[in-house]
Design a protein around this ligand. Sequence first.
Ligand SMILES: NC(=O)c1ccc[n+]([C@@H]2O[C@H](COP(=O)([O-])OP(=O)(O)OC[C@H]3O[C@@H](n4cnc5c(N)ncnc54)[C@H](O)[C@@H]3O)[C@@H](O)[C@H]2O)c1
Length: 252
Amino acid sequence: MLSDKVVIVTGGAKGIGLGCAHVMAGKGASIVIADVDRGTGPHAQSDLRRAGHQAIFVPTDVTRADEVENMVQQAVNRFGHIDCLLNNAGTHISATVFDQTEEEWNRLLDINLKGYFLCAKAALPHLVDRCGSIINMSSMVGLVGQSRATAYAASKGGIVAMTKAMALDLAPAGVRVNCVCPGWVQTPLVEDWFKQQPDPDQAREYIYSVHPMGRIATVEEVGEAVAFLASDAASFITGVALPVDGGVTLGY
Ligand SMILES: NC(=O)c1ccc[n+]([C@@H]2O[C@H](COP(=O)([O-])OP(=O)(O)OC[C@H]3O[C@@H](n4cnc5c(N)ncnc54)[C@H](O)[C@@H]3O)[C@@H](O)[C@H]2O)c1
C-alpha cells in the first residue's frame, strides 16, 4: 500500500507518531523520525529497523527553521525523495485563560502550529516533485473544544483551518493536505494529562465513559487512518478533517 513511499513523521519518537510510523512501515513505507527527544529517538529508529523496516532518526526541533531544513535534507540524502509529511509533534499544557501564561501560549503555539507550517514549507518542493501529501495531526479538540485547554484548543482548531487553506493552495500543484482528529488515544501525553487533573483516577474514568465505544483509541487505530490518507487509495481526498474518535464527538 505504501511501497516506495518515504514518510517524515514529526514527533515520531513515541506515542501516536511512533504508532503511525510502525503502521506505515508495515505497509512498505520508509520512515524518517524527526523528534526533539534525542534520548528516545534512537530507540524508535532501532525498533523500526529490528522489525525489518527502513528508518532513520533525525534530531529535530520543529520550532527551529534551520533544524527543519536540515531534517528535510537528510531525508532526501538518505532516501532520495519525500512522499508524505506527517506533522504530528505536539504538546499539551492544561490551563484556562485565567491561568495560562503568555510564555506557555507562545511555546505551545510554536510547537503545535508554527512547527507544522515550518515543516510543510521545507518539505513542499519535494512533495510537489512526487505529487505527495501532508497529513496534520489535529484532535477532536480542534472540532469541539476542551475545557482547561485554551492554547491547545487554539492550536488544534488552527490546524484544521490551516489544513483546508493549504489544501486549496496546493491542489493545483498536485499535493493533498488532510488532517486527522483523534479522540483520546493511549499515549504518554494522555498519561501526563491525567496526572495534571485534580483527581486523575476520576478523570480517567470520565474520559473512558464519554466514548460511546467505552474506551480510548490505540495508536495503531490512528496509524491506519493516517496510512490510508498517505496512500494512493486516497488520491481524490484533500482538505478533510477526519475524526478517528470512536464516536466521542457525537456526545462529548
Ligand atoms: N494522545 C491523544 O489522546 C491525542 C489525541 C488527539 C491528538 N493528539 C495529538 O497527537 C500528537 C501526538 O501526541 P501524543 O499523544 O503521541 O504525544 P506524546 O507526548 O506521546 O508524543 C509527542 C512527541 O512529540 C515530540 N515533540 C514535542 N515537541 C517537539 C518539538 N518541538 N520538535 C519535535 N518533536 C517534538 C516529543 O518529543 C514526543 O516524541 C500531538 O500533536 C497531539 O496533540 C493526541
